[in-house]
Ligand binder design. Structure first.
Ligand SMILES: Nc1ncnc2c1ncn2[C@@H]1O[C@H](COP(=O)(O)OP(=O)(O)OP(=O)(O)O)[C@@H](O)[C@H]1O
Ligand code: SF4
Ligand SMILES: [Mg+2]
Length: 324
Protein backbone atom coordinates (compact mmCIF):
# COMPACT_ATOMS: atom_id res chain seq x y z
CA UNK A 1 0.00 0.00 0.00
CA UNK A 2 1.40 3.43 -0.85
CA UNK A 3 1.86 5.85 2.04
CA UNK A 4 -0.91 8.45 2.21
CA UNK A 5 0.24 11.94 1.18
CA UNK A 6 1.65 14.01 4.04
CA UNK A 7 -0.89 16.75 3.49
CA UNK A 8 -4.57 15.98 3.97
CA UNK A 9 -5.63 19.33 2.50
CA UNK A 10 -3.96 21.40 -0.20
CA UNK A 11 -5.17 24.93 -0.77
CA UNK A 12 -4.08 26.64 -3.97
CA UNK A 13 -4.39 30.38 -4.81
CA UNK A 14 -7.69 30.51 -2.98
CA UNK A 15 -9.67 33.75 -3.13
CA UNK A 16 -13.10 34.99 -2.16
CA UNK A 17 -14.68 38.27 -3.23
CA UNK A 18 -17.92 39.60 -1.78
CA UNK A 19 -19.84 42.11 -3.86
CA UNK A 20 -22.19 44.54 -2.24
CA UNK A 21 -24.05 47.70 -3.17
CA UNK A 22 -24.69 50.58 -0.82
CA UNK A 23 -28.40 51.40 -1.13
CA UNK A 24 -30.49 50.71 -4.19
CA UNK A 25 -28.54 52.92 -6.60
CA UNK A 26 -25.28 53.02 -4.69
CA UNK A 27 -21.93 52.14 -6.13
CA UNK A 28 -21.15 48.45 -6.35
CA UNK A 29 -18.32 47.60 -4.01
CA UNK A 30 -16.17 44.54 -3.97
CA UNK A 31 -14.36 43.23 -0.94
CA UNK A 32 -11.62 40.66 -1.15
CA UNK A 33 -12.10 38.69 2.08
CA UNK A 34 -9.49 36.06 1.14
CA UNK A 35 -6.70 36.65 -1.41
CA UNK A 36 -4.35 34.19 -3.02
CA UNK A 37 -4.05 31.76 -0.10
CA UNK A 38 -1.82 28.76 -0.79
CA UNK A 39 -1.42 26.42 2.14
CA UNK A 40 -0.96 22.75 2.96
CA UNK A 41 -2.54 21.16 6.01
CA UNK A 42 -0.52 18.15 7.21
CA UNK A 43 -2.28 15.04 8.44
CA UNK A 44 -2.59 14.44 12.15
CA UNK A 45 -1.41 17.94 13.06
CA UNK A 46 -3.05 21.08 14.38
CA UNK A 47 -2.68 24.00 12.00
CA UNK A 48 -3.61 27.27 13.67
CA UNK A 49 -4.89 30.38 11.91
CA UNK A 50 -4.62 33.73 13.71
CA UNK A 51 -5.36 37.32 12.83
CA UNK A 52 -7.46 40.28 13.83
CA UNK A 53 -11.21 40.45 13.46
CA UNK A 54 -12.25 40.72 9.81
CA UNK A 55 -8.96 39.41 8.35
CA UNK A 56 -10.79 36.53 6.67
CA UNK A 57 -10.32 33.58 9.06
CA UNK A 58 -13.95 32.43 8.99
CA UNK A 59 -14.20 32.99 5.25
CA UNK A 60 -11.12 30.80 4.78
CA UNK A 61 -12.66 28.15 7.06
CA UNK A 62 -15.93 28.16 5.12
CA UNK A 63 -14.10 27.90 1.81
CA UNK A 64 -12.05 24.95 3.06
CA UNK A 65 -15.16 22.96 4.04
CA UNK A 66 -17.00 24.27 0.97
CA UNK A 67 -19.76 26.01 2.83
CA UNK A 68 -18.68 28.82 0.47
CA UNK A 69 -17.55 28.57 -3.12
CA UNK A 70 -14.29 30.30 -3.97
CA UNK A 71 -13.99 33.16 -6.47
CA UNK A 72 -10.51 31.88 -7.37
CA UNK A 73 -8.31 28.87 -6.72
CA UNK A 74 -9.16 25.49 -5.28
CA UNK A 75 -9.12 23.17 -2.29
CA UNK A 76 -7.97 19.55 -2.57
CA UNK A 77 -9.04 17.18 0.18
CA UNK A 78 -7.15 13.89 0.27
CA UNK A 79 -6.42 14.22 -3.44
CA UNK A 80 -9.98 15.24 -4.41
CA UNK A 81 -10.67 18.69 -5.86
CA UNK A 82 -13.74 19.86 -3.92
CA UNK A 83 -14.69 22.28 -6.70
CA UNK A 84 -15.26 19.39 -9.10
CA UNK A 85 -17.64 17.43 -6.90
CA UNK A 86 -21.39 17.34 -7.48
CA UNK A 87 -23.57 18.35 -4.52
CA UNK A 88 -24.26 14.69 -3.90
CA UNK A 89 -20.59 13.73 -3.88
CA UNK A 90 -19.85 16.68 -1.63
CA UNK A 91 -22.55 15.60 0.79
CA UNK A 92 -20.91 12.19 1.06
CA UNK A 93 -17.48 13.69 1.56
CA UNK A 94 -18.88 16.04 4.20
CA UNK A 95 -18.87 13.05 6.58
CA UNK A 96 -15.08 13.29 6.57
CA UNK A 97 -14.88 17.10 6.77
CA UNK A 98 -16.64 18.79 9.64
CA UNK A 99 -16.76 22.25 11.14
CA UNK A 100 -17.30 23.36 14.71
CA UNK A 101 -18.49 26.95 15.03
CA UNK A 102 -17.77 29.76 17.39
CA UNK A 103 -21.10 30.08 19.10
CA UNK A 104 -22.36 26.88 20.67
CA UNK A 105 -25.74 28.50 21.37
CA UNK A 106 -26.66 28.95 17.74
CA UNK A 107 -25.57 25.49 16.61
CA UNK A 108 -28.42 23.70 18.34
CA UNK A 109 -32.14 24.25 17.77
CA UNK A 110 -33.66 25.24 21.16
CA UNK A 111 -36.53 22.80 20.63
CA UNK A 112 -34.21 19.83 20.15
CA UNK A 113 -33.16 17.63 23.01
CA UNK A 114 -29.48 16.72 23.18
CA UNK A 115 -30.36 13.32 21.68
CA UNK A 116 -32.20 15.01 18.77
CA UNK A 117 -29.22 17.30 18.17
CA UNK A 118 -26.82 14.35 18.15
CA UNK A 119 -28.96 12.37 15.72
CA UNK A 120 -29.58 15.24 13.31
CA UNK A 121 -26.38 14.64 11.29
CA UNK A 122 -27.64 11.13 10.48
CA UNK A 123 -30.93 12.58 9.21
CA UNK A 124 -29.08 15.13 7.09
CA UNK A 125 -27.01 12.33 5.58
CA UNK A 126 -30.08 10.16 5.01
CA UNK A 127 -28.75 7.40 7.30
CA UNK A 128 -31.59 5.40 8.80
CA UNK A 129 -31.04 4.18 12.33
CA UNK A 130 -33.20 1.76 14.31
CA UNK A 131 -34.36 2.98 17.73
CA UNK A 132 -31.69 0.83 19.33
CA UNK A 133 -28.96 2.06 16.98
CA UNK A 134 -30.03 5.65 17.68
CA UNK A 135 -29.79 5.10 21.44
CA UNK A 136 -26.38 3.47 21.03
CA UNK A 137 -25.14 6.36 18.89
CA UNK A 138 -26.27 8.94 21.45
CA UNK A 139 -24.56 6.96 24.22
CA UNK A 140 -21.37 6.63 22.19
CA UNK A 141 -21.23 10.31 21.20
CA UNK A 142 -21.92 11.58 24.72
CA UNK A 143 -19.18 9.31 26.06
CA UNK A 144 -16.77 10.57 23.40
CA UNK A 145 -17.12 14.14 24.64
CA UNK A 146 -17.14 13.05 28.30
CA UNK A 147 -20.74 13.98 29.05
CA UNK A 148 -23.08 11.93 31.23
CA UNK A 149 -25.82 9.85 29.61
CA UNK A 150 -28.45 11.65 31.69
CA UNK A 151 -28.01 14.73 29.49
CA UNK A 152 -29.58 13.00 26.47
CA UNK A 153 -33.05 14.33 27.32
CA UNK A 154 -31.95 17.86 28.20
CA UNK A 155 -32.60 20.97 26.14
CA UNK A 156 -29.84 23.38 25.10
CA UNK A 157 -30.95 26.06 27.60
CA UNK A 158 -30.42 23.57 30.43
CA UNK A 159 -26.75 23.12 29.52
CA UNK A 160 -23.74 25.25 30.35
CA UNK A 161 -21.75 26.90 27.56
CA UNK A 162 -19.04 24.26 27.88
CA UNK A 163 -21.57 21.41 27.72
CA UNK A 164 -23.18 22.97 24.66
CA UNK A 165 -19.84 23.18 22.91
CA UNK A 166 -19.19 19.52 23.78
CA UNK A 167 -22.49 18.68 22.04
CA UNK A 168 -21.34 20.77 19.07
CA UNK A 169 -18.14 18.72 18.93
CA UNK A 170 -20.03 15.42 19.35
CA UNK A 171 -22.24 16.32 16.37
CA UNK A 172 -19.16 16.96 14.29
CA UNK A 173 -17.82 13.52 15.28
CA UNK A 174 -20.98 11.64 14.31
CA UNK A 175 -19.45 10.12 11.15
CA UNK A 176 -15.91 9.75 12.47
CA UNK A 177 -14.42 12.50 10.30
CA UNK A 178 -10.74 12.87 9.36
CA UNK A 179 -10.68 16.65 9.40
CA UNK A 180 -12.20 19.22 11.76
CA UNK A 181 -12.24 22.93 11.11
CA UNK A 182 -12.67 24.64 14.47
CA UNK A 183 -13.66 28.30 14.14
CA UNK A 184 -13.01 29.94 17.53
CA UNK A 185 -14.62 26.99 19.32
CA UNK A 186 -13.79 28.39 22.75
CA UNK A 187 -14.19 32.14 22.12
CA UNK A 188 -17.44 32.51 24.05
CA UNK A 189 -16.31 30.41 27.05
CA UNK A 190 -14.66 31.26 30.36
CA UNK A 191 -10.93 30.64 30.50
CA UNK A 192 -11.21 27.53 32.71
CA UNK A 193 -13.90 25.98 30.50
CA UNK A 194 -11.84 26.92 27.46
CA UNK A 195 -8.94 24.90 28.88
CA UNK A 196 -11.19 21.88 29.37
CA UNK A 197 -12.44 22.04 25.79
CA UNK A 198 -8.88 22.33 24.47
CA UNK A 199 -7.89 19.30 26.57
CA UNK A 200 -10.85 17.37 25.15
CA UNK A 201 -9.85 18.32 21.60
CA UNK A 202 -6.31 17.12 22.29
CA UNK A 203 -7.56 13.77 23.57
CA UNK A 204 -9.98 13.31 20.65
CA UNK A 205 -7.25 14.10 18.17
CA UNK A 206 -5.03 11.39 19.64
CA UNK A 207 -7.85 8.83 19.95
CA UNK A 208 -9.37 9.38 16.51
CA UNK A 209 -6.30 10.43 14.50
CA UNK A 210 -7.89 13.75 13.57
CA UNK A 211 -6.40 16.66 11.64
CA UNK A 212 -7.41 20.14 12.81
CA UNK A 213 -7.56 23.58 11.31
CA UNK A 214 -7.93 25.71 14.43
CA UNK A 215 -8.98 29.33 14.06
CA UNK A 216 -8.53 31.90 16.77
CA UNK A 217 -7.69 35.54 17.29
CA UNK A 218 -5.74 34.52 20.42
CA UNK A 219 -2.10 33.96 19.50
CA UNK A 220 -1.33 32.73 23.03
CA UNK A 221 -3.91 29.95 22.76
CA UNK A 222 -2.78 29.03 19.25
CA UNK A 223 0.84 28.83 20.39
CA UNK A 224 -0.18 26.46 23.13
CA UNK A 225 -2.43 24.20 21.07
CA UNK A 226 -1.09 24.19 17.52
CA UNK A 227 1.81 22.48 15.74
CA UNK A 228 2.13 25.28 13.19
CA UNK A 229 0.68 28.75 12.89
CA UNK A 230 -0.67 30.62 9.90
CA UNK A 231 -0.93 34.38 10.36
CA UNK A 232 -3.45 36.33 8.25
CA UNK A 233 -3.67 40.04 7.60
CA UNK A 234 -6.47 41.55 5.51
CA UNK A 235 -7.25 38.36 3.62
CA UNK A 236 -3.70 37.23 2.97
CA UNK A 237 -1.37 34.80 4.69
CA UNK A 238 1.57 36.92 5.82
CA UNK A 239 3.51 34.29 7.76
CA UNK A 240 3.56 30.55 8.44
CA UNK A 241 5.43 29.53 11.60
CA UNK A 242 6.54 25.89 11.20
CA UNK A 243 6.53 25.42 14.99
CA UNK A 244 4.61 27.24 17.71
CA UNK A 245 7.83 28.62 19.25
CA UNK A 246 9.44 29.68 15.96
CA UNK A 247 10.48 33.32 16.11
CA UNK A 248 8.22 35.47 13.95
CA UNK A 249 9.91 37.31 11.08
CA UNK A 250 6.98 39.35 9.81
CA UNK A 251 6.62 42.76 11.52
CA UNK A 252 2.90 42.17 12.02
CA UNK A 253 3.34 38.79 13.72
CA UNK A 254 6.11 40.21 15.89
CA UNK A 255 3.77 42.94 17.10
CA UNK A 256 0.95 40.46 17.68
CA UNK A 257 3.25 38.28 19.72
CA UNK A 258 4.59 41.17 21.79
CA UNK A 259 1.11 42.29 22.71
CA UNK A 260 0.07 38.73 23.63
CA UNK A 261 2.77 38.24 26.20
CA UNK A 262 2.46 41.46 28.13
CA UNK A 263 -0.90 41.33 29.83
CA UNK A 264 0.28 43.76 32.51
CA UNK A 265 0.09 47.31 31.12
CA UNK A 266 3.07 48.43 33.23
CA UNK A 267 5.21 45.85 31.41
CA UNK A 268 4.35 47.15 27.99
CA UNK A 269 7.18 49.68 27.67
CA UNK A 270 9.04 47.74 24.99
CA UNK A 271 6.12 46.99 22.83
CA UNK A 272 6.03 48.54 19.45
CA UNK A 273 2.32 49.21 19.50
CA UNK A 274 0.39 49.05 16.29
CA UNK A 275 0.05 52.58 15.03
CA UNK A 276 -1.52 53.79 11.82
CA UNK A 277 -4.87 52.82 10.46
CA UNK A 278 -5.81 49.37 9.35
CA UNK A 279 -6.38 49.53 5.60
CA UNK A 280 -9.97 49.08 4.44
CA UNK A 281 -10.72 45.69 2.92
CA UNK A 282 -12.86 47.53 0.33
CA UNK A 283 -10.05 49.76 -0.72
CA UNK A 284 -6.80 47.91 -0.32
CA UNK A 285 -3.59 49.85 -0.97
CA UNK A 286 -1.44 48.91 -3.96
CA UNK A 287 1.45 47.37 -2.04
CA UNK A 288 1.74 45.61 1.31
CA UNK A 289 -1.55 45.97 3.20
CA UNK A 290 0.39 46.37 6.46
CA UNK A 291 2.50 49.30 5.20
CA UNK A 292 0.48 52.03 6.96
CA UNK A 293 1.15 50.39 10.33
CA UNK A 294 4.66 49.11 9.69
CA UNK A 295 7.79 50.80 11.05
CA UNK A 296 9.88 49.32 8.21
CA UNK A 297 7.72 50.32 5.26
CA UNK A 298 9.51 51.89 2.27
CA UNK A 299 8.73 52.66 -1.37
CA UNK A 300 8.95 49.02 -2.45
CA UNK A 301 6.44 48.02 0.23
CA UNK A 302 4.00 50.67 -0.93
CA UNK A 303 4.33 49.72 -4.59
CA UNK A 304 4.23 45.91 -4.64
CA UNK A 305 2.50 43.13 -2.74
CA UNK A 306 5.09 40.95 -0.99
CA UNK A 307 4.62 37.28 -1.85
CA UNK A 308 4.90 34.44 0.64
CA UNK A 309 8.32 32.76 0.39
CA UNK A 310 9.32 29.74 2.47
CA UNK A 311 12.75 28.75 3.75
CA UNK A 312 13.80 25.05 3.85
CA UNK A 313 12.30 24.66 7.35
CA UNK A 314 8.89 25.63 6.05
CA UNK A 315 8.97 29.05 7.70
CA UNK A 316 7.22 31.32 5.19
CA UNK A 317 7.08 35.13 5.26
CA UNK A 318 5.45 37.66 2.96
CA UNK A 319 7.60 40.72 3.58
CA UNK A 320 10.26 42.69 1.70
CA UNK A 321 12.21 43.31 4.90
CA UNK A 322 11.70 40.29 7.16
CA UNK A 323 13.10 40.58 10.68
CA UNK A 324 15.83 38.29 11.96
N1 LIG B 1 -21.26 37.04 3.38
C1 LIG B 1 -20.50 38.15 3.37
N2 LIG B 1 -20.82 39.21 2.59
C2 LIG B 1 -20.05 40.32 2.56
N3 LIG B 1 -18.93 40.47 3.28
C3 LIG B 1 -18.57 39.46 4.08
C4 LIG B 1 -19.33 38.25 4.18
N4 LIG B 1 -18.71 37.41 5.07
C5 LIG B 1 -17.62 38.08 5.50
N5 LIG B 1 -17.53 39.29 4.92
C6 LIG B 1 -16.46 40.28 5.11
O1 LIG B 1 -15.23 39.62 4.83
C7 LIG B 1 -14.20 40.03 5.72
C8 LIG B 1 -13.65 38.83 6.44
O2 LIG B 1 -14.64 38.33 7.34
P1 LIG B 1 -14.42 37.04 8.23
O3 LIG B 1 -15.71 36.76 8.91
O4 LIG B 1 -13.86 35.96 7.38
O5 LIG B 1 -13.32 37.54 9.25
P2 LIG B 1 -12.77 36.84 10.60
O6 LIG B 1 -11.28 36.90 10.52
O7 LIG B 1 -13.40 35.52 10.79
O8 LIG B 1 -13.26 37.87 11.73
P3 LIG B 1 -13.68 37.56 13.27
O9 LIG B 1 -12.39 37.39 14.04
O10 LIG B 1 -14.41 38.80 13.66
O11 LIG B 1 -14.53 36.33 13.28
C9 LIG B 1 -14.83 41.06 6.64
O12 LIG B 1 -14.55 42.34 6.12
C10 LIG B 1 -16.31 40.76 6.55
O13 LIG B 1 -17.09 41.89 6.78
S1 SF4 C 1 6.56 44.33 3.21
FE1 SF4 C 1 7.24 46.28 4.03
S2 SF4 C 1 5.40 47.23 4.89
FE2 SF4 C 1 4.94 45.08 4.57
S3 SF4 C 1 5.39 44.16 6.53
FE3 SF4 C 1 7.24 43.96 5.31
S4 SF4 C 1 8.45 45.74 5.82
FE4 SF4 C 1 6.38 46.15 6.55
MG1 LIG D 1 -14.60 34.70 12.28
Amino acid sequence: MPEPARDLVRIRALGKRFDSRKGLFGKRRSLKAVSDVTLDIPRGKVTGVVGESGCGKSTLARLVVRLLRPSDGNVMFDGVDLGRLSNREMRRLRRRIQMVFQDPYSAIDPRYTVADALLEPFQVQGTRLSAQQARDKVTELLAMVRLGQELARSYPHQLSGGQRQRIGIARALAFKPDFLVLDEPTASLDVSIQAQIIALLEQLKAELGLTYLFISHDLGLVRYFCDRIVVMYLGRVVEVLPAPRAKPRHPYTRTLLDSTFAPDPTQRRDISRLTGEIASAYDLPAGCAFAARCAFADETCRARVPLLAADPDGHAVACFHPLT
